[in-house]
Design a protein around this ligand. Structure first.
Ligand SMILES: [Zn+2]
Length: 313
């Protein structure tokens, strides 16, 4: 009798924990992929440049989100998925970067403490334009309805330096600073026990990204090397479907090729304008964003070489 009731208790406890995880990813809707038990990614919408990922990590002590959706419509879907998976609250939400397509969904998770790298909140406040946000929300009645109650929420916790570790329930989250390699405050999120890595926006697959004036290509190469060395099984990029470290290898190869070609033209005494006209990247021209963004990437490569970077070093 004693054993039986103990067994019943144990089974009950297991069932209450396992029941949410047993929910199939397809029950959450077409945008969700189950990565591992209790780890789900809302990912890859139809348009290649509007496909920010947002992730749900269940723990025995509540939910941790990583980014909060491309638009408020996506965020609402994310919040609904959390409710289907667990009755527990969202405890933390980690920002991999500061841009609106990763952070403007925070307002739908009032129980969450937002965590980002140092300076992230400041960048978000500086770039926030309430008029523009209100205007954009009018693009569809559905979006306008989802934006109801919107307010800018910036990180309550900002960590400084290279990394911080967050322990929630049975899980360990290691946040690694990715410096200013995309926005002014970027983090990778590493789950060492599950071997899942959120790699931020330093690299993306099948498209070329903008390299802003505050970003150095050598820093991008360095953080991709650091993330590759973690040896993750799965890499969740800022945009696009879950992948592997091959994404870092491919993006690094693109940047190395760009640097080498820019350096060669600089050696011939060409100006930045001449290089922008002459330099060709035929292997990459078919990628999304290539036409508009390669000139901007050439500028970044030019800056790096001017500052002393030696390609292939
Ligand atoms: Zn971004």
């Amino acid at each position: 009798m004693k054993i039986k009731s103990l067994l019943g208790l144990l089974l009950g406890a297991c069932a209450s924990y396992l029941a949410p995880a047993a929910l199939r990813a397809q029950d959450l809707g077409p945008h969700f992929t189950k990565i591992k038990d209790g780890i789900y990614v809302q990912t890859a919408k139809s348009t290649p440049q509007a496909n920010s990922n947002a992730s749900i990590v269940l723990t025995t002590e509540g939910v941790v989100l990583i980014d909060t959706g491309q638009t408020a419509i996506d965020t609402r879907e994310l919040a609904d998925a959390v409710k289907k998976l667990t009755a527990q609250p969202v405890r933390f939400s980690i920002d991999t970067e500061t841009h609106p397509d990763h952070t403007y969904g925070h307002f739908m998770f009032p129980s969450a403490v937002i965590i980002g790298h140092e300076g992230g909140g400041e960048e978000m406040r500086q770039s926030f334009d309430p008029k523009r946000t209100a205007e954009q929300s009018k693009s569809s009645p559905e979006l306008q309805a989802a934006m109801d109650g919107f307010r800018l929420i910036t990180p309550q916790i900002e960590y400084a330096g290279d990394k911080m570790t967050l322990y929630v329930g049975e899980r360990t989250f290691v946040l690694y600073s990715l410096g200013t390699t995309h926005s002014l405050a970027n983090s990778a999120v590493w789950l060492p026990n599950e071997r899942v890595l959120w790699g931020g926006a330093v690299a993306i697959e099948k498209q070329i990204n903008t390299i802003r004036p505050h970003t150095n290509i050598p820093d991008m190469l360095a953080v991709m090397k650091m993330m590759t060395a973690l040896n993750p099984e799965v890499v969740i990029p800022a945009h696009g479907p879950p992948t592997t470290t091959k994404m870092f290898a491919d993006y690094s190869a693109y940047l190395e090729t760009l640097l080498a070609r820019v350096a060669a033209l600089m050696k011939e005494g060409k100006s930045l304008d001449q290089i922008k006209q002459e330099l060709k990247m035929p292997e990459y021209e078919d990628l999304a964003g290539a036409k508009e963004r390669i000139p901007n990437n050439i500028e970044a490569a030019y800056r790096a070489i001017k500052a002393g970077y030696v390609p292939g070093s």
